[in-house]
Design a protein around this ligand. Sequence first.
Ligand code: OAD
Length: 225
Amino acid sequence: MKKITVLTGAGISAESGISTFRDQNGLWENHDIMEVASYEGWLKKPALVLDFYNQRRRQLPKVHPNAAHKLLSELEKKHEVQIVTQNVDDLHERAGSKNIIHLHGELIKAKCSIKDKDIIEIGYKDIQIGDFSKNGHQLRPHIVWFGEMVPKIEEAIPHFENADMIIIIGTSLNVYPAAGLTQYAQTSTPIYLIDPDPEVVIPQSNVTHFSLSATEGMKKIMELL
Ligand code: OAD
């Protein structure tokens, strides 16, 4: 039984039909990132921000975990698997993975826009202007916006320090601190990078890049183990 830590990004959900952020026609090509994903944007146009995330949330019941999500969940039968995801969808959970850290928040949760720690489950329901937390403040999506702290990073780091094997799937590694997590790995720990884009690079020793889709890459990993 190996300790396997997996970092996932938008690319693992691409085959389920969820748009990535930085690929051609990705979300950040069609939306102004600072308008919809920053605290400043929220203060200026809260209804626009709510609409952006309401649309993302409404998509969830229409999509399904793909083979890559399912193979990761299957890995748990034989190994100790920790998923650390940058994704805000619920596809790892729905595929059956048990240990999941959501670094950038979750669409199915909302929080108080003033008291950050008041987090509630909302499922697939929209958040509207006038929906209040129990403290009487406007609810906002439970999403880490640009410029905000990533509180779950502390929980994620030991899983990279202590892993026997690391798998990185479908992330352009543009966003820190998530992109820096592999630096916590022991130099002897093998890192497998699954991303069809050959230009995604982890500048460390011991990295094997499979330039494949998440599903094809995960099939290779299953053969290796
Ligand atoms: P990106 O959109 O930056 O990168 C997606 C990666 O997925 C790219 O490297 C693609 O090559 C790869 N990809 C595309 N199709 C794939 C497939 N079928 N199988 C495997 N890989 C595929 O998304 P992230 O790196 O996840 O943060 O973005 C990181 C963060 O930036 C997101 O969590 C989000 C965004 O701004 C917040 O909103 C806080």
